[in-house]
Structures are given as C-alpha cells and as structure tokens.
Design a protein around this ligand. Structure first.
Ligand code: AMP
Length: 264
C-alpha cells in the first residue's frame, strides 16, 4: 500500500453497506490514523451460485457511505485482481470452522479465510474490525491470523440491530414484507433462551428446545439449525457451565438469516 499514517484500521465488507458496517467504520476511524474499507463480493465464500448472483451490489452508494463516514481509503477490486489467472491456494481452518455455518455451507469458511488472508496481506493494517453478528467468522479469522503469523489484530464489534431486534444484514433486502415482519423471530428465540439460562436452566437441549419452540410459532420460518455451543470451540454442549454461544440459522423463503447471543 502507499505510505499512510499508522496505525491503519481496516473493515472488510461485501458492500451493500448498512449501519452495521458504519459502526465498524466508525471504530476504524476513531481508533486509527488511517481507516480502510474493502468492498469485495467474494465468489469463493458462496456455496450457492444463486446466492452469489443475487447478492445486492451498489458501488456508487457504498462509496458515498464510506465518504460520509470519513473513511480514508477504499479497496474495491474486481474479481480478477483478487484471483488472477492461475490462482491456486486455499486457506483451510480446522476445528472451529467445521460446525454450524461450516457444516451448513460447505466451502464457505475456506473462501472466507482465503480472501481475508489476501486482504490482510494487501492492506497490512494494524487492526481489522468484524461484526459479532458473524461470531464463528470472527473465530475462524482469529485462528487463521494466529496460525499464519499475520500481525493484524482482529477486533469484534457488537451487532447493530433494527428497532425490532432484527440484525442488520445486506440479505434483509431480499425479504418480502411478510418475511420481514416474521424475521425478528430469530432475536426473540435467542432472547427467550437467554432468559431461560438466566433463570437457571443449564441443559443445552432445554435451551435449544426454547429456541425451536419460539421459531415454531412463526409459520414463515424454516429452521436450518439452532445451537448451544462451547464459546471457545463451538462444539455442541450437553450442559452449559462456562462461556457458550447461542446461535441459529433460519430461512425465510429464499433468504437465509443468522444471529447469535453469547452466554458469559
Ligand atoms: P458483510 O458485508 O456482510 O460480509 O459484512 C462485513 C462485516 O460487517 C462483517 O465483519 C460482518 O460481521 C459485519 N456486520 C454485518 N452485519 C452486521 C451488523 N448487523 N452489526 C455489526 N456488524 C455487522
């Protein structure tokens, strides 16, 4: 990269920027001398071709948002710049990439780890900001950066939500009005399980049942998975007696949404 003031903070995104991305940009801008946003819809992390094709894109709007947020540099490369002819390397992260999104979306985290390794090496930021909304992604990237001795510090930032609790996501644009009305069921399910945990329930299966029960009341919701997993390894738990992650993936029509809530 050209000579820039240090430290550098980077926010990797796939564009169609929303307030969740803006919160990450604000963290990068406030905490660093130079803030960088990358915008790249990474074909390698889509396990469904249709999901990649219909992923929303609007580069002029995204650039305007970066400017509004005071971002210093944007890198929005074409696919051939990231993956030139002859590109032939894949970064494969181990155990933490296997369950949940790794199991539901074969190849997804290989694509994520590969592209993030590339952009960490291109941007060479001191810090990179990611959303807790993609909790497993943060864990996979931390593992990758540690194992590959990439010095960029991986910082997780809180999930930004709509007033009704739905986590902001570029994919929300695909929800029909009835699906959009139904989508806060993800948050309700997580909060119901969290409340049950606070009132003393420690059986992971009981907490999963609370989430399934909440989602079952929403006819448009088709559950992909509900999980109560170890907070460090993401292995499914029998008993919750340490840090854990409640998480779920739910389809509304063609649109698949994820959300999570940590248990301390
Ligand atoms: P994406 O463009 O969806 O790949 O997301 C880029 C970054 O923004 C990732 O680190 C996401 O976890 C993060 N992000 C996406 N949605 C939210 C949200 N609602 N709140 C906070 N961060 C988010």
């Amino acid at each position: 990269m050209v000579a820039v003031a240090r430290p550098v903070g980077v926010v990797p995104t796939m564009g169609w920027l929303h307030d969740g991305h803006r919160a990450l940009m604000a963290r990068a801008r406030v905490g660093n001398a130079t803030s960088v946003v990358t915008i790249f819809v990474n074909p390698r992390q889509f396990n469904e071709a249709a999901d990649y094709t219909r992923y929303p894109r609007d580069e002029p709007r995204d650039l305007a948002i970066c400017e509004e947020e005071g971002v210093d540099l944007v890198w929005a490369p074409p696919v051939e710049e990231v993956y030139p002819a002859g590109f032939d390397t894949t970064v494969v992260v181990g155990a933490v990439a296997q369950p949940l999104e790794g199991a539901a979306r074969p190849g997804h985290f290989e694509g994520v780890a590969t592209v993030v390794a590339i952009l960490f090496n291109v941007v060479r930021a001191e810090r990179a900001y990611f959303g807790q909304k993609d909790a497993q992604q943060v864990m996979v990237i931390r593992q990758m950066a540690r194992d590959l001795a990439i010095p960029t510090e991986v910082i997780a930032c809180p999930t930004v939500r709509e007033p009704d609790g739905l986590a902001l996501s570029s994919r929300n644009v695909h929800l029909s009005p009835p699906e959009r009305a139904a989508a806060p069921a993800l948050r309700r399910a997580l909060l119901a399980a969290h409340a049950r945990w606070r009132s003393g329930e420690r059986s992971a299966e009981a907490l999963r049942a609370v989430m399934r029960g909440t989602l079952a009341a929403e006819p448009l919701a088709r559950v992909d998975y509900v999980s109560v997993a170890d907070g460090a390894t993401l292995a499914e738990l029998d008993q919750v007696d340490g840090p854990a992650l409640l998480s779920l993936a739910v389809r509304f029509g063609e649109t698949r949404l994820i959300d999570n809530e940590p248990l301390p």
